[in-house]
Design a protein. Sequence first.
Length: 296
Amino acid sequence: MPAWKNITLNIPEGDLNEISEKISEINRVLSITILDRTDEADSRWFDENETIQDLNGQTHLIRLLTSASVDSYTINEEICKKLDSDIIEVLNEEIFEDRDWIQYSKSQFREIQITNDLTIVPPWVVDKNQNGVSIIIEPGSGFGTGSHPTTKLCLKWIEKNIKPDYQLLDYGCGSGILSIAAAKLGCSKIDGIDNDHQALANAERNKSLNSSNVNFFHSDTYVQKKDYDLTVANILLNTIIQLKEKLISSLKPRGTLILSGILEDQASSIIDTFRNEMVISIIDQNEGWLLMKGQK
């Protein structure tokens, strides 16, 4: 069975998007990944306010995929010549054998027990005799398989608090897991929004697997409504702050806003941001992540 190698490089100078394009011209480089140096919560991958994010060596690394037979330092010398640089550093290399990646992926995603009555399962391990509510989620490009603490926090809250007559907005729906959970738990009107077409395709697939009545929209085509009883946003701090007005205006009077994707030391930023419109408070936490709630 063939073997492969990941080579991680520190390239301190230059635009890593442009550098990646140049490196990709080297035949022995099979693929290139840009890695974030920062923690997930502080990551800034997305363009904000139409400003393209700068990916450079201070914030990101580059990882190459090559054949295992490729010498890391030899190919680094080739890259240095191509980029006319002598300050590129090989940080580490990892050799791994090929495998049946579909079966491997399946083995990594099994049943996830959220509560005694709520379980997340992939399509290949669905047990139709299982007690309680099972949500079928196929791993894809959309965030939300049920394993992340923020997803668990939101699911637990929805299970306890959702009502049949609620109209719910899932802002940043990812895989659609929160929307689908709300539908399975009895919520009658649910809209999900995301800005990633691949995530929405994954959400539509999960919606079909669960036979759920949910409407998914791309943020570019979604027509803003202002009559939701509940808006849930499980996204990161900077995005929540940018979307503040949209999140608040989506709610009807006395509507509830649920926020997650927030770390403990970021709570004050959320509270200050929403201070003039509503009181936001911490209602749950898990592994350093918070669930916060406000009412219009």
